[in-house]
Design a protein around this ligand. Structure first.
Ligand code: ZN
Length: 79
């Protein structure tokens, strides 16, 4: 994991916390959700909803897994 990956992980974690009614310094793009880029953000977050936050988090995780630069985490191995 490089610094950019770490920053993304940290950002996602902070946003998740923010959406749980904790303050955060992260803001959306011009007040719009950074994921759907359509809806106004929840106050003090970068997302309009927890759903967008979760989708962004999953997307980030998938990119990490595809990149193969990070060890797999939070993976359910169902045989
Ligand atoms: Zn959104």
């Amino acid at each position: 994991m490089d610094d950019a990956d770490l920053a993304q992980e940290l950002e996602a974690a902070i946003i998740t916390i923010a959406l749980l009614n904790r303050p955060s310094r992260i803001k959306g793009l011009n007040g719009k959700c950074v994921w759907c880029e359509d809806q106004p953000v929840v106050a003090n977050t970068a997302f309009c909803s927890a759903e967008c936050c979760e989708d962004h988090r999953k997307h980030t995780r998938e990119l990490e897994q595809r990149g193969g630069s990070s060890p797999p985490r939070d993976r359910n191995l169902e045989d």
